[in-house]
Design a protein. Structure first.
Length: 264
């Protein structure tokens, strides 16, 4: 019989050996002929299946809305400083990407984890928020540096409006909104932020699309796929900021002394 040497790598998402490359078994020509968009490609390469149009459209909206948020946020600031230090595109991009984490853009997975756990266990928003406080953990997906109860994040509203119109159920999002109502009663800065909106709505997408088993949903949430949406999206803006600085021929950045509190 055949003797098969053990392979060093196992891969299940793409194959480039045939006449044309395939993403999750779908050939490139079908991707083009069927008019697939980037949401479909993400579905194939991340989730290994074709998702319904409203899901891929939602993914694309997340990417468009998170592509940039001005030059002052952590990621763009790092990228701008790096580009002005004369570094190349990849260095400027990754310098910005490295700021994505639990405080900035990278709270989507934890928001999904905590909202799912709290909702599935039937905790009231009060019980959930107060139990987090007791543990000394900030609620992921809640809070913003400039958004307030009376100056909500438009991106959150747009995502919610799309989901309320197209998703079969928005139970996790409604739970996140109830959590926000409670946190806003405590402080005006504790709004549902874009990470919390995407985290809760992606739970609704996974649970409501009928395309994932319970076990698959748990695995997606546990591994943490969802911060990838912000990383991917914000790369678009960070690349733009790099080009902008180069185009403007901006000199080496040095932070002004007046803006530093020198103290002993
Ligand atoms: N849960 C509970 N309490 C909170 C939260 C939260 N998520 N966020 C702020 N607070 C409270 C705290 O009591 C804090 O006081 P403390 O410093 O004694 O803990 C008080 O509000 C004031 O908070 P600030 O530190 O002034 O808030 P700041 O503006 O620095 O932080 C931030 C903003 C980092 C977004 C914060 O709200 C947070 O950590 N949120 C959770 C992580 C998150 O969702 N990040 C994604 C933001 S959206 C994005 O980056 C695209
Ligand atoms: C962002 O998308 O970068 C923000 O929500 C963070 C910010 O402070 O504006």
């Amino acid at each position: 019989g055949k003797v098969r040497a053990p392979t060093h790598i196992i891969s299940t998402i793409s194959d480039d050996r045939g006449e044309e490359p395939c993403y999750a078994g779908v050939p490139m020509s079908s991707i083009v002929e069927r008019g697939y968009g980037v949401g479909d490609v993400i579905s194939l390469l991340w989730f290994k299946r074709s998702l319904p149009r409203y899901c891929t459209h939602f993914i694309e909206i997340c990417i468009m809305l998170c592509a940039d948020h001005g030059p002052c946020v952590s990621g763009a600031h790092n990228t701008i400083v790096t580009a002005r230090a004369g570094k190349d595109l990849v260095s400027s991009l990754v310098s910005g990407l490295l700021t994505i984490g639990p405080r900035f853009g990278g709270a989507i997975d934890d928001a999904a984890r905590y909202f799912k756990d709290a909702y599935d266990r039937g905790l009231t928003p009060y019980e959930f928020v107060e139990s987090m406080k007791k543990k000394g953990i900030r609620v992921p997906g809640i809070g913003h540096r400039i958004k307030r109860g009376d100056n909500r994040d438009k991106r959150v509203e747009l995502l919610q409006r799309f989901a309320r119109t197209h998703f079969p159920s928005v139970k996790y999002m409604e739970y996140a909104v109830q959590v926000e109502t409670y946190t806003l009663s405590k402080a005006n800065n504790l709004v549902l932020n874009v990470d919390g909106a995407i985290g809760s709505l992606f739970l609704d997408l996974l649970a409501g699309s009928g395309m994932f088993s319970k076990q698959e949903i748990d695995e997606i949430v546990e591994i943490g796929y969802l911060n990838g949406l912000f990383v991917l999206a914000r790369s678009i803006g960070l690349i733009g900021h790099t080009f902008d600085q180069k185009r403007l021929k901006q000199p080496l950045y040095r932070h002004p002394w007046e803006d530093v509190l020198y103290t002993k």
